[in-house]
Structures are given as C-alpha cells and as structure tokens.
Design a protein around this ligand. Sequence first.
Ligand SMILES: *Cc1c(COP(=O)(O)O)cnc(C)c1O
Length: 411
Amino acid sequence: MDHQIWMPYCQMKTSRAPERVVRSEGVLLHLNDGRKLIDGIASWWTACHGYNHPKIVDAICQQAQEMPHVMLGGLIHEPATRLAERLSLLIPGQDNRVFFCDSGSVAVEVALKMATQHWINRKVVGKNRFVCFQDSYHGDTAGAMSVCDPVDSMHSQFKGFLLEQFPTRIPQNEMEFSAFRQFLDERRNQIAGVIIEPLIQMAAGFRFHSIESLATIEKICREFDLIFIADEVATGFGRTGTMFALEQAGLKPDIVCVGKGLTGGAVGLAATIATNAVYEPFHSDSWDNAFMHGPTYMGNPIACAAANASLDLFEQEARLTQVHSMEKLLNSRLEPMKQKSCVADVRCKGAVGVVQLTKDVAVQSAIDFFVDRGCWLRPLRDTIYVAPSFTMEHEQVVTLTDAIGEYLETL
Ligand SMILES: *Cc1c(COP(=O)(O)O)cnc(C)c1O
C-alpha cells in the first residue's frame, strides 16, 4: 500500500488499497478521481445529519477561533457545561453526572471503572466483574474487549491480558430468564454490574432483542442490586427511532455511555453519564473515594460545540420523523429479499437495515460491487447492512437497497 497508515480491521498484506476521499457533502463521499459514493453507513453510524451540516461546521469554526482546547482539569467552559446539562436532562434520572472522554471505548472503560469503584467506595468487597452478552461489541480497549462477545473479540487469543467476565446469552423467554436469574444469583457477590447495548447489538452482528427482554434484564438487575450499564454509543441519538433506545423499554440505567453520533459525526467525543446514586459514594471527604481518571482531551471545546449544534438540530429539525420514514422504507425495500435462498434473515429497526446471509460475505468483492454502483457499504461477516444519515433522500436509500438486491442476484 502506498501510504504509512496501519489500517483498522485490515490484513494489510492481502487487502486492496483503500479508496481516497477528498471531500464529504450531505450523504456523499467524493473520491479523488471524481467518483461519488452514497455513504450507506454514515462513517460507522456517526453522521446522523449528513456530512458538513452548516450549523455544525459553523459551531466548530467559531469555537476553533475562540478556544480550540483547554484541559478540563481544574478548568471548565461554556461548551462543556452546556453540553453536560443537556445530556444529563436527556437521560432519565435527576442530577445525572456527565464524565467526558474522547471515544466510545473509553466511555465504556470509564463505566466499568466507575461501577467497580462504586462498590469499593461503599466498602462492598469483591464485586469487580461484569455480566455481558453474546454478540455484544463495546469497543477495542482492554476493559471494553473483555465485555465483548468472547469469540468475536478473540478472548482465547488474548487470554491472560483480558479480564475474565461473565458472558451469557440475552434471555428471550421465561425459561431463559429463570436460567439468567440463577446465573446472576450464583455469582452475585462477584458482579459489579451488567452491560448491554440496548435493542440493537450493532458491530458484532446487528442482532435485535425485544423491548420486553431488555426491560426484564434491567428489572432483574434491580432485584440483585447490580449496576445496569446501557452502552448507547451506537444506538444513541436517534438510530433506533427514539433519541435513546432505552426510552422504548422505559429503562432507568445507572450508567449510560454515549459517543458516535454525539457530535453529529464531526469530531470524536464520548461521555459516560451516571445517576446521582452511582455518584454518591464518590462524593466524600476522602481523596481515596475520588474518581481518578481524566483523558487529556476530555470535554474538548470544539467537540462540545459540535455536539451542542447537533443537539440543536435534533430539536429544530424533524430527525426522528425521518428515522421513522427510513425504517418504513428500508423495511419495504429489504423485506422481499427474505425470499432468496441465500438470505437467512432480514430485519430493520430505526435507521438500521440488515440482510443476513446464510454464509459469510466475500467482503472485498462485495465492497467492489457496491462501489461500482456508487454505494459505500461494508458488509460484516454474514450481514450486509445499511445505517445511513437520517437525512438521506428516498431515492438514495433506494439506490443502496437496489444495489444490495443486485448483489444477492450474483450469489
Ligand atoms: C463503536 C462502539 C463502541 C466504541 O466506540 P469507539 O469510539 O470506536 O471507541 C462502544 N460501544 C458500542 C456499542 C459501539 O458501537
């Protein structure tokens, strides 16, 4: 490859050179040779208002001129205080505390560390492990990896490096729930909390679970006095049809992680939001009880300004309505593909449409096929998925789904 970048999720030896992008605009990526691609995955589901939204660009430019960055240690600023206040009000619970960081993985690390120290500060000994679920993805740092699907995140390869957690399946019926209850009961003295991606487990396979399952898992956490962590890094900011997926199940999580769409896809920023009850044991006369964590760029003013502008857009423009129409459109275009023998399942929720095949997709040739048709899609294992900007036009969505239909014809 003719560049020095060590690419993500990539076998550098056998992979083809990546496409070169020179400009983004709306839902389009302009390549250096003049081609344009409709981005069907919104840069890992971040660009919820499309690229280069003028309100977000303006907010970034203005903030860059005033103050690009100051450390948050001992200093605060308006973009961060305003964003923290807005986030704390968007999440259920009174007096929520917002801890800023720079990526979703770190937001998860912070959540795990907070939950563990919560018990230490309360002088409850030995509660330092987490229940997590098959097919989950919570990030690529060590703590986050330890709560990901054990197979996908290669726990066996990283044995000795990763913390050992308690992975289990998401219970879906009465029998599985009674097994889940027993699973928790046997380990209750070791469990700090339970972490889940609410409603859609995204990166590890785009699996959905029911609102009822999700609500029951939280209820059982309450029975066992466990910290319930909702990782909304992917599902937050409208992706599932509500501002947060937790709203649909009426959840009141103890800790919520947000990232990805927080800045409308413009700058890296994430946050871990804790209820007052989680925060309480940290608030004491002893330094030992303080939370010793602080990413250098936490609460970066440019990122916070972008996030505030993005939240303004959710207030001013009918984003969630667009997500609802997107769900209908994706459903009507993808559902008929279920008839094909190479298709195992089709499912849509919010601005996520998934075509799951009966076997793994030949990823590079599929990507080439889509690029030839002016579409940017990156199949993942056995799924071809779309997760576009909520502002994408009807015809552009149809171009994407038609390309998927054509691809299925070649199988
Ligand atoms: C992407 C993702 C993360 C990790 O976020 P990064 O910003 O890539 O570190 C964590 N949790 C979920 C649910 C995600 O989708």
